[in-house]
Design a protein around this ligand. Structure first.
Ligand SMILES: Nc1ncnc2c1ncn2[C@@H]1O[C@H](COP(=O)(O)OP(=O)(O)O)[C@@H](O)[C@H]1O
Ligand SMILES: Cc1ncsc1CCOP(=O)(O)O
Ligand SMILES: [Mg+2]
Length: 294
């Protein structure tokens, strides 16, 4: 997708990819994936992500039809970030050295009117990490996706002595009100992953019930689905709520199909990537399970 196309999408929300008011959620999920795959050039996603996740994030983006670029040096950001279709920031292996580059990239993405997505991995693990996440939130991400514990910590604004790390201690549904409040405060879409993936813009709330529990046994699946959200938002930047729900559902469907061939987490990782690559319309329309949450 070239810049001209991207700008046309921003100015004209009613395109084939995002005329979703008349489409079912399942159709919408398929349309987003198709749009990523069929862009004239693959959506370029800059990923400033943690060291654990780089491989899976890049492979998930490639298998969905996007183009990942793991470029995180602050020296390269002013030149490179304006060229991307979306930016992905993930604090999983945050150090003091990386934080200025994350903030700079967010600022350049904002100036360049590029959507950007934040994954606040283990936000409550330390005061340093939480402060960094809250500072990044004030820079105005388009979407924030975390697990239940991460979203609750961002909402409470204080590091939690019981916080265990990257894995959630909460159900996604425990964090619905926190997610709505964060979405209203920061003017962004907030997604909470789990058995049901919750997506809210502060008013609307939908739940995507796709995926398999074994996705939790593969490191960086949360990071990878946040990257997929960035790719979906890249092709419909004026519709981040819909793009986020669609990405979560599509990733979950790939997990469901991958699980049919997998013997455990190691082979699920491989089959997940294969399933995302070959996902077809029939599977998405039959399996997408997105509905309003009251
Ligand atoms: N119990 C579950 N059943 C089905 N899918 C799940 C379950 N828990 C998590 N997932 C899926 O696993 C992926 C990673 O989510 P999660 O484990 O919540 O993120 P994180 O790795 O950041 O903690 C998401 O696609 C989510 O939908
Ligand atoms: C284990 C771990 N430690 C620091 S980052 C990371 C990966 C976390 O990935 P995810 O949040 O997707 O499980
Ligand atoms: Mg995570």
């Amino acid at each position: 997708m070239d810049d001209e196309t991207l700008n046309q999408r921003r100015q004209q929300p009613k395109t084939a990819a995002n005329d979703e008011k008349s489409e079912s959620w399942a159709q919408l999920a398929w349309t987003h994936l198709e749009c990523v795959r069929n862009s004239s050039s693959p959506p370029l996603i800059q990923c400033i992500t943690n060291l654990v996740s780089m491989d899976l994030v890049a492979n998930v983006l490639l298998s969905a039809g996007a183009s990942p670029a793991m470029i995180h040096s602050i020296e390269e950001i002013p030149e490179f970030t304006p060229k991307v279709h979306a930016l992905y920031i993930n604090v999983g292996t945050l150090t003091l050295a990386w934080l200025p580059a994350m903030k700079k990239a967010a600022a350049v993405a904002n100036e360049s009117k590029r959507p950007w997505v934040l994954d606040p991995v283990a936000a409550g693990a330390s005061a340093f990490r939480l402060k960094a996440c809250l500072e990044l939130l004030t820079l105005g991400p388009t979407v924030v996706r975390g697990n239940g514990s991460e979203i609750l910590v961002l909402f409470n604004g204080s590091a939690n002595a019981n916080f265990k790390g990257a894995d959630s201690m909460h159900e996604s549904t425990d964090a619905i009100e926190a997610a709505k409040s964060l979405a209203r405060t920061y003017g962004c879409i907030v997604a909470v992953s789990g058995a049901v993936d919750i997506v809210t813009d502060g008013e609307r709330v939908v739940g995507a019930k796709n995926g398999v529990p074994m996705l939790q046994k593969i490191t960086a699946t949360g990071c990878a689905v946040t990257a997929l959200i960035a790719a979906f938002v890249a092709v419909t930047p004026s519709q981040p709520f819909e793009a986020t729900a669609a990405a979560l559902s599509v990733f979950g469907i790939a997990g469901e199909l991958g699980m049919c061939s997998a013997g455990g987490p190691g082979s699920l990782r491989m089959h997940l990537i294969d399933a995302l690559h070959s996902l077809d319309r029939t599977a998405v329309l039959q399996r997408a399970n997105i509905a309003n949450v009251s």
